[in-house]
Design a protein around this ligand. Structure first.
Ligand code: SF4
Length: 329
């Protein structure tokens, strides 16, 4: 599928056609142009040739509440996306923003793939569309989106923002901005730009270390964007938007999970609109996950220091589908 061609095919059509097409594609979730009844037959025939609607994807793994899909794009590159189904009927799609990732975080499977290219806005949307069609069969809908799959979203800023506009558009997916989250490893220019967008989306920072020495080892971007500079950009973002910011901290055994690390983290995180999300590490080979006992003790220290925090069991850890751990093997 290559929806990008679509806009080019419509240059001679009246403007309302695009609205009709968006409704057919993203609300009715048609997978065959014959079903786009609001369009003239001649246009449907043309679109069948120029813009086929099949998505080249297969489900790689299926576990309770979690499905991972491998999508092959028109240039044969491959990306992964994940559907996380929650018991309260929420369905979150974790989307990729790049093929691979240039950031090389040492604990991340995607990082070890290297970087291939940015996704265009429709390739990001295609991931949501694939799962939206699957959910339709069960009378369910996509309710939440997290930009937490392959890639660093702020290195593909324009396409990510344009894709969010389609997700948010009430003629398209109509997903509320507050249900959409972008997770960055700390690209300061991206945080600054986002604070000027006037969008109600959520910002998350992948922190994973409480000091620069350790973060330098885990996340090479830290050599460019130091923790104190990231936090300064976050504070400016909060001042402008008055929105809460989530920090993600994955617990890696004997690496970032000492009780001293918990004390250091407490000093960074004890701020009014900071929220900490502790994540159980999804083991990918080199590193191991902290024990449950260590996670409990670590969290207790944070709690005693009045840090607002939650524990997230790494969704889909049984299918390699946790945060930043997608990779086309
Ligand atoms: S954790 Fe995120 S930013 Fe780091 S290498 Fe993986 S995908 Fe890229």
């Amino acid at each position: 599928m290559n929806i990008e061609i679509l806009e080019k095919s419509l240059t001679k059509e009246p403007k309302f056609r695009l609205t009709q097409i968006k409704k057919a594609l993203f609300q009715e979730l048609i997978d065959n142009w014959d079903d786009a009844k609001t369009l003239p037959k001649s246009l449907r025939e043309e679109l069948k040739k120029s813009c086929p609607l099949e998505i080249n994807a297969k489900i790689l793994n299926d576990s309770i509440g979690t499905r991972k899909a491998l999508i092959t794009l028109s240039d044969n590159t491959k990306i992964e996306a994940v559907l996380l189904s929650h018991i309260d009927n929420r369905n979150t799609i974790c989307v990729s923003s790049q093929v691979g990732c240039p950031m090389k975080c040492s604990f991340c499977a995607t990082g070890s793939m290297g970087f291939i290219r940015n996704l265009n806005k429709y390739e990001i949307i295609e991931q949501v569309l694939f799962f939206a069609r699957l959910l339709k069969e069960k009378n369910q809908k996509v309710t939440n989106i997290v930009y937490m799959g392959m890639g660093e979203p702020f290195l593909n800023y324009e396409n990510v923002i344009e894709s969010i506009k389609i997700l948010n558009d009430n003629n398209a997916f109509n997903i509320g901005a507050r249900k959409i989250s972008i997770s960055t490893c700390g690209v300061i220019e991206g945080i600054k730009k986002l604070s000027n967008e006037n969008m109600q989306i959520n910002l998350a920072i992948s922190l994973h270390a409480p000091n620069n020495i350790l973060r330098d080892k885990l996340m090479p971007i830290n050599k460019k964007h130091r923790i104190e500079d990231i936090l300064k950009a976050v504070d400016n973002y909060i001042e402008k938007t008055n929105r809460r910011v989530m920090f993600e901290y994955t617990m890696i055994k004997d690496t970032n999970d000492s009780l001293k690390n918990a004390q250091e983290l407490s000093l960074l995180m004890a701020k009014k609109l900071y929220m900490l999300n502790i994540i159980k590490y999804n083991e990918t080979g080199v590193f191991k996950s902290s024990s449950d006992k260590r996670i409990k003790d670590f969290m207790q220290i944070l709690h005693d220091n009045t840090v607002k925090l939650t524990l997230r069991h790494s969704f889909g850890s049984d299918i390699d589908a946790a945060c930043g751990q997608l990779a086309t093997k």
